[in-house]
Write a protein that binds this ligand. Structure first.
Ligand SMILES: *[C@@H]1O[C@H](CO)[C@@H](O)[C@H](O)[C@H]1NC(C)=O
Ligand SMILES: *[C@@H]1O[C@H](CO)[C@@H](O)[C@H](O)[C@H]1NC(C)=O
Ligand SMILES: *[C@@H]1O[C@H](CO)[C@@H](O)[C@H](O)[C@H]1NC(C)=O
Ligand SMILES: *[C@@H]1O[C@H](CO)[C@@H](O)[C@H](O)[C@H]1NC(C)=O
Ligand SMILES: *[C@@H]1O[C@H](CO)[C@@H](O)[C@H](O)[C@H]1NC(C)=O
Ligand SMILES: *[C@@H]1O[C@H](CO)[C@@H](O)[C@H](O)[C@H]1NC(C)=O
Length: 297
């Protein structure tokens, strides 16, 4: 891994000038693996995803040659569209918001508090690892992110030796259901992914394509099922954004021991999809432009 990083970092110094427009028949993953790490192997594709995800999660842990600063998903002082965002409680166990199964039932499967930073936190990520072990919540979360984004970015070596297939729950909706994330929280997360890519010299056209895909997959309330990971088939993927106030209300009542079952109306359930028209609200003009940061001409 360190060797790859050295190759990567030295490549970063020149990528802005040597990289031409990505050909339409080459995926973002393959193109930037070749540009940054030269050999388009499964291991290097996985390394690219590791660099991209780790940087998005903890913020830039090296100094990018193009000066792009990545605040990081775990940064408690995030800002999106002028609104303060703090995603850290979803990761460090301070929120009771993890779906410990794949079902939605506040009685039989209530949300739990889960620490996803139990594999050494930021330190192993700064060494381009997912965690300091292979059994922590952190290990599974991070490796699942590498794999999932590997699909989204079209890695040709996905699911071959060196690039494991996605091993997590298919439906992002189910995974995030108890979080009732709002548009600013989702926008902040996606922005960190985009900034991370920008810090590695990814062209703004490619970043906007990815941001566009992420927003359209995850942020349109009650979207119908879609296929992202082919082996999973069609699943509900929208994180069904809710308002910040409802989110806080839910957690407040959880923490204070109130009967939360009545609050289930605040959290969209796929069962309701049969009853209501999918309504595409929010974020349609929400695409983030990275042109200020992106120095790749
Ligand atoms: C992409 O297309 C170019 C010609 O336009 C061709 O030379 C190249 O081999 C193709 N690459 C892949 C991965 O198919
Ligand atoms: C992150 O990037 C910013 C902007 O390029 C830089 O000033 C800062 O030193 C970087 N952080 C680390 C830990 O390298
Ligand atoms: C989460 O689910 C696992 C597997 O079913 C179970 O062992 C564990 O106790 C659950 N955690 C909580 C906090 O309920
Ligand atoms: C949740 O589980 C309880 C107990 O099995 C059941 O009575 C209830 O109908 C379930 N709620 C939903 C929304 O499925
Ligand atoms: C990994 O880090 C955790 C803290 O997040 C610590 O409790 C654990 O002992 C560490 N494990 C190893 C193998 O270093
Ligand atoms: C930013 O916030 C303003 C004011 O609330 C809102 O009108 C606009 O749609 C938001 N833009 C984005 C990109 O979220």
């Amino acid at each position: 891994m360190p060797r790859n990083l050295i190759v990567c970092l030295s490549a970063l110094a020149t990528i802005g000038s040597v990289v031409a427009q990505r050909p339409a028949n080459t995926s973002i993953c393959d193109y930037y693996t070749t540009a940054l790490l030269t050999d388009n192997s499964a291991a290097n594709q996985y390394t690219l995803l590791t660099l991209l995800v780790n940087t998005a999660v903890i913020g830039n842990y090296t100094e990018p040659s193009n000066g792009v600063l990545v605040p990081g998903i775990l940064n408690p002082n995030g800002v999106y569209n002028g609104t303060a965002v703090n995603l850290l409680p979803y990761f460090n166990g301070c929120d009771i918001s993890t779906n410990n199964d794949t079902v939605f039932n506040l009685t039989t499967n209530p949300p739990i508090s889960q620490n996803f930073l139990d594999g050494g936190g930021a330190v192993p990520l700064m060494h381009n690892l997912p965690a300091n072990d292979t059994t922590s919540n952190q290990y599974f979360l991070l490796t699942h992110l590498y794999q999932y984004f590997g699909v989204l970015l079209g890695c040709s070596k996905y699911n071959t030796a060196g690039f494991p297939a996605y091993g997590g729950v298919g439906s992002m909706y189910r995974v995030h259901q108890y979080m009732a994330l709002d548009p600013n929280e989702i926008g902040y997360f996606i922005t960190q992914v985009g900034l991370s890519a920008a810090s590695f010299g990814v062209a703004s056209s490619d970043i906007n394509a990815v941001a566009n895909a992420l927003f359209s997959l995850f942020s349109y309330k009650c979207s119908p099922p879609v296929t992202v990971v082919p082996a999973q088939g069609k699943v509900l993927d929208s994180i069904c954004v809710d308002s910040e106030s409802r989110h806080r209300e839910f957690l407040f009542d959880q923490l204070n021991g109130f009967d939360v079952v009545d609050l289930s109306v605040f959290i969209s359930d796929s069962n309701q999809l049969n009853d209501i028209e999918p309504h595409h609200v929010l974020l349609s003009d929400n695409l983030v432009s990275f042109s200020d940061q992106d120095k790749d001409q």
